[in-house]
Design a protein around this ligand. Structure first.
Ligand SMILES: Nc1ncnc2c1ncn2[C@@H]1O[C@H](COP(=O)(O)OP(=O)(O)OP(=O)(O)O)[C@@H](O)[C@H]1O
Ligand SMILES: [Mg+2]
Length: 411
């Protein structure tokens, strides 16, 4: 396997005095979402960011992954392997809370297209198939391989979202609330899959809402946020002793995660002494505020071919929309032809010629505009995810969308 797939060794990421505020509007002041927090997420671990709703979990994850474009103060930097934040983010993928997948393709097709877009033509068919089979087996998706993605269960969709990003072996996975919408057994199963990935040398940083006690104990490290500040950070097994030291005893048979989150929501402050020492170990580099990640080095021509194939498949599968658009287009052409029959050669009907040209232009523009209006809102977040994770460049995507539209526009 090549260099890209053998990056098992990854760095940890640490942040110091990280603060983030957003402007609420003209003369409405600022809202402080993260309030000068410190932390360190080591490599090859399953790390959970917990906290009440609105405590800043997604914001912290977005800043670390580079998904949030806003300016922050403080420093975010990597440590361990010799690399900078830009390299760290290049090795990472970001998986959103909702599953934005290509619903009309089967699980296998989604995987194959992801493999083609991410690995390019440097890998042969057999190598790609072996990689896909491995990912499918790791994520436990064998039974659903020929099922259309749109009808997969919530848990399967979530595992597919992760599986798609595992194809090019990223070292770091950022996941925003991966367990939302899953029942407790699917949630545990999914988190166990993630835990297995850390054994293979991946670092997984995820935000999570109310983990069950089983899931809570799967984490290697947890970071609990309280209204933008750090409530607790450290190992899950040290949480209850720490709370007890502060005079809060978790009732018997109570989920420790729920107990800690309830305390954090009720503005209880705890003192945590031991972990703060590691702040001193932060290196003295300049802060790095670059959020941009490079698009992968697969040739644009190859990406173009794969995307064309995908869009073509989607057109074929979405029969109703394609037929409707074709029929509308033909009907419009016929109506225009009947209304303006032979007006071109009659000089007394100059105004009709003008009307015809206007009508023809509208007919030409409407189908392509309608396509954008109807499909873009649904496609937008899928595009964000795929582009952010460096599947293809935007210019290739727009070229493909324009070309796939041509036959209907011409008809
Ligand atoms: N661009 C923004 N402008 C104004 N407020 C924002 C913006 N982004 C986030 N917020 C606010 O900051 C707070 C933290 O948001 P964030 O999405 O990080 O919370 P969260 O902990 O992930 O919550 P949840 O568990 O509900 O997903 C929220 O109160 C949110 O409304
Ligand atoms: Mg969130």
């Amino acid at each position: 396997m090549n260099e890209q797939r053998s990056c098992g060794l990854s760095s940890g990421v640490e942040f110091k005095n990280l603060a983030y505020k957003v402007q609420l509007g003209y003369k409405k002041g600022y809202k402080e979402i993260l309030k000068s927090i410190n932390g360190r997420f080591p490599s090859n671990k399953l790390i959970g960011i917990l906290g009440g709703s609105g405590s800043g979990k997604s914001t912290l994850l977005n800043l670390l992954s580079g998904y949030e474009e806003g300016k922050y103060s403080g420093t975010i930097r990597t440590y361990g392997v010799d690399e900078d934040l830009k390299q760290y983010r290049k090795k990472s993928v970001y998986i959103m809370q909702d599953n934005y997948l290509q619903d009309l393709l089967t699980l296998r097709e989604n995987m194959e297209i992801a493999a083609d877009l991410k690995l390019g033509d440097r890998f042969g068919c057999y190598a790609k198939k072996a990689i896909i089979d491995k990912v499918i087996s790791v994520m436990g998706l064998k039974d659903a391989i020929d099922t259309k993605t749109g009808i997969l269960s919530g848990g399967e969709k979530k595992r597919l979202s992760v599986g798609l990003e595992l194809i090019n072996e990223p070292s770091i996975l950022f996941l925003d609330e991966p367990t939302t919408g899953l029942d407790s057994s699917a949630c545990t199963q999914f988190m166990e899959h993630l835990k297995e990935l850390t054994v293979e040398g991946k670092t997984i940083i995820c935000t999570i809402h109310q983990p069950s006690a089983t899931v809570f104990n799967l984490f290697d490290e947890i970071y609990i946020l309280q209204d933008g500040s750090c409530f607790y950070r450290g190992k899950p097994e040290d949480l209850l002793p720490c709370l007890e030291n502060n005079g809060w005893t978790c009732p018997l048979f109570h989920n420790p995660a729920d107990f800690a989150i309830e305390l954090s929501i009720n503005n209880v402050n705890i003192v945590q002494e031991s972990v703060w020492e590691c702040e001193e170990e932060v290196t003295k580099d300049e802060p790095c505020n670059t959020n941009k990640v490079d698009i992968s080095d697969v040739s644009e021509y190859y990406s173009f071919k794969v995307l064309m194939k995908r869009e073509f498949l989607k057109c074929i599968r979405n029969k109703t929309l394609t037929y409707l658009r074709l029929i509308t287009s033909v009907m419009n052409s016929l109506t225009l032809s009947v209304i303006f029959w032979k007006v071109g050669s009659d000089a007394s009907k100059m105004l009709f010629n003008y009307n015809f040209i206007m009508g023809f232009l509208l007919h030409l523009m409407t189908p392509s505009l309608m396509l954008t209006i109807l499909t873009y809102p649904n496609e937008k977040l899928t595009l964000f995810r795929e582009h952010f994770n460096r599947w293809f460049s935007l210019k290739v995507y727009y070229l493909v969308l324009t070309l796939i539209e041509l036959p209907i526009a011409v008809s």
